[in-house]
Design a protein around this ligand. Structure first.
Ligand SMILES: NC(=O)c1ccc[n+]([C@@H]2O[C@H](COP(=O)([O-])OP(=O)(O)OC[C@H]3O[C@@H](n4cnc5c(N)ncnc54)[C@H](OP(=O)(O)O)[C@@H]3O)[C@@H](O)[C@H]2O)c1
Length: 239
């Protein structure tokens, strides 16, 4: 079903779990593990690639390299941050800085958009093919009941708009391509670690559970789904 797969953000919790899950369940597929660092692997069906997300040529060359022999059947972008040395999610508007907003916009919207710019044209035109970007429910404007986390919310909302807009253009050149956003649920990873304490019981997923669920969602996608955002359980999230 999937012959040529690229996972971008391959060192992260969600990226690396997608690689192990897909290599186990689709042994006939070749998987390109794309990361800021070379991923160590002994699997012959996994090829590591090093990329610099801040250099457009680097993204372009990687997209070209992975699709040289076969078009892409499945591309999953699992890059993104919620916090780092420069940014903590803002509890109040008082905490907002232009630096934190710009930083999260760069990493959570611009980088996935540049990845889409070069990987979407490489999607298979003869069979169903998918570009999925890890987004988040928190980027839904209609679902925002709690407020806070300004920069992350805004960057993911902008990413959701990019997904929709890219899907409209892509329909004209590739009727088999499906472009979607995915919400993985709250997954136990370095990204969610500082915010896990107050989660209601059962709301923190293992990476295995989230990735197995999202793979089922990907497998069910049809052309009518392009441009949408789906949660790990298949629920369509309104923008
Ligand atoms: N975990 C959750 O609960 C949760 C919930 C909702 C949405 N998400 C979304 O899911 C995606 C993956 O999250 P995760 O939990 O797997 O996080 P993670 O384990 O921290 O991995 C994120 C990956 O993003 C890339 N990355 C990190 N910092 C970066 C930077 N400064 N510039 C460019 N790339 C950078 C890295 O990939 P490489 O170094 O391999 O390139 C990193 O491994 C994110 O988009 C996140 O917003 C996660």
């Amino acid at each position: 079903m999937y012959k040529n797969i690229a996972i971008i953000g391959a060192s992260g919790t969600i990226g690396s779990t997608f690689i192990s899950h897909l290599s186990k369940n689709y042994p006939e597929a070749h998987i390109h593990a794309i990361s800021r660092q070379i991923i160590e692997t002994k699997e012959l069906a996994i090829t590591p690639h090093k990329v610099d997300y801040h250099i457009e040529d680097s993204i372009q060359n990687t997209a070209h390299e992975v699709s040289r022999e076969l078009p892409m059947d499945l591309v999953i972008n699992a890059t993104g941050i919620l916090h780092d040395d420069l940014v903590t999610p803002e509890k109040s508007l008082r905490n907002l800085t232009s630096q934190s907003m710009q930083h999260l916009y760069e990493i959570d919207c611009i980088i996935p958009s540049m990845i889409a710019k070069y990987f979407v044209p490489k999607l298979n035109k003869d069979n169903r093919s998918i570009f999925a970007a890890l987004s988040a429910r928190i980027g839904s404007i209609s679902d925002n009941h709690l407020g806070g986390w300004y920069s992350y919310r805004a960057a993911k909302a902008a990413l959701n708009m990019m997904i929709k807009t890219i899907s409209i253009e892509t329909k004209r050149s590739n009727k088999n391509a499906i472009i979607v956003g995915l919400h993985p649920g709250t997954v136990d990873s370095p990204l969610s670690k500082p915010f896990q304490k107050n989660l209601p019981k059962g709301q923190l997923f293992t990476p295995d559970f989230s990735i197995a669920s999202m793979t089922k969602v990907l497998n069910r996608l049809a052309s009518k789904d392009t441009g949408k955002l789906f949660a790990f359980d298949g629920e369509e999230i309104n923008p």
